[in-house]
Design a protein around this ligand. Structure first.
Ligand SMILES: [Fe+2]
Length: 183
């Protein structure tokens, strides 16, 4: 039986649903690579890698429901029997709750605020739309440039910035600690 938490399963599913969106797949490849760098600082690395591959699956043309991709992705994953924790990570990724509130869309999964969640946010917000490594600040500036200053996505990301930066900082500190650079 195929594991529903494994990275291979998640990668296949993401590639299948986003086959028409090669740029999105390039982003996911980068996020999964980055998540791999944080694998040693979380208790469940398989969950982290699966979430890295699947966090944007809600952009899959066949999966659009509400038009809010974190939730459309999580709903799809729940329908196919994925673990609730994975659904929750996808639904809440990179501070999705803030944009959901602005859009008036409830998220039924709690944000678990774990090391896995921090590492997912870090991997997503330090990877460009084409899969290259960047900084959180540069990524936020890129979002503003892409959507425009008044867009709900830009406003939400600006509000989320302190949480995104804090999650990234915690993750980088955990990585430094594991590498022995910090006592
Ligand atoms: Fe992403």
């Amino acid at each position: 039986m195929t594991s529903r938490a494994g990275g291979r399963w998640a990668e296949r599913l993401a590639r299948e649903h986003l086959a028409l969106l090669p740029r999105r797949v390039a982003h996911l490849e980068g996020v999964a690579r980055r998540a791999g760098e944080a694998a040693s600082v979380v208790a469940d690395p398989e969950l982290l890698i699966a979430a890295a591959w699947l966090h944007d699956i809600g952009y899959g043309p066949a999966l659009v429901e509400t038009g809010f991709h974190p939730l459309d992705g999580a709903h799809y994953l729940r329908r196919i029997g994925a673990a609730e924790r994975l659904c929750g990570l996808v639904a809440n990724h990179s501070s999705a709750r803030i944009e959901a509130r602005r859009r008036g869309i409830p998220i039924e999964w709690a944000d678990e605020e774990s090391a896995e969640r921090d590492a997912l946010w870090w991997a997503d917000t330090t990877t460009t739309p084409t899969g290259h490594v960047t900084t959180v600040s540069a990524r936020l500036a890129e979002v503003e440039a892409r959507y425009g200053a008044d867009h709900i996505v830009t406003l939400s990301v600006a509000e989320a910035a302190p949480s995104l930066l804090a999650a990234a900082e915690r993750t980088e500190q955990r990585i430094r600690r594991v590498r022995g650079q910090v006592k």
